[in-house]
Design a protein around this ligand. Sequence first.
Ligand SMILES: [Ca+2]
Ligand SMILES: [Ca+2]
Ligand SMILES: [Ca+2]
Ligand SMILES: [Ca+2]
Length: 167
Amino acid sequence: MAKLLAAAYTDANSNNKFDGKDTLIAGLYDTDKSKDLSIGDTVTFGTYPHLDGSAAGKFQHVEKAVTDFTITSEPTFDSVSVTVDGGRVDWTITPTSESFSTINTEPLTAGFESNFIDFLDNSTPDHIRVNAKTDPGHPDTAPILEDADPTDVTHVGDNGFLDIFIA
Ligand SMILES: [Ca+2]
Ligand SMILES: [Ca+2]
Ligand SMILES: [Ca+2]
Ligand SMILES: [Ca+2]
């Protein structure tokens, strides 16, 4: 099994670790076994959640090869961004948020295909956006627009609908 380099997942068993009980949103795997992120690695798409962590839909593309990438590793911004056919996929951790995005880069339809943000500091309500783009992940649902209720005490801090792992 190729090494996992980054993952966005729903932490179904609430242990803050990606394991067999969890649901993969999208993972980045060291397919060429170079031991680091390189051209030739692979994005594996999975399913995406609602804000309450329940299943919302599925990315219809299963895998995409990495054709370019950017790694940013700073104390306040830890991010992996890869280019695949039809767009870009980003995993990001900051001291105040975790986020995952799939971004369509076709000239006529450019923009977020999906965007999931878990704010850890309660500065902004957690939110999910899924749009009807067909790349890079190809969501199988109608567009989704969910914002956590700022008064909902179950939606403060680090929530399990989205956790980000960066190796
Ligand atoms: Ca887990
Ligand atoms: Ca590699
Ligand atoms: Ca949160
Ligand atoms: Ca989280």
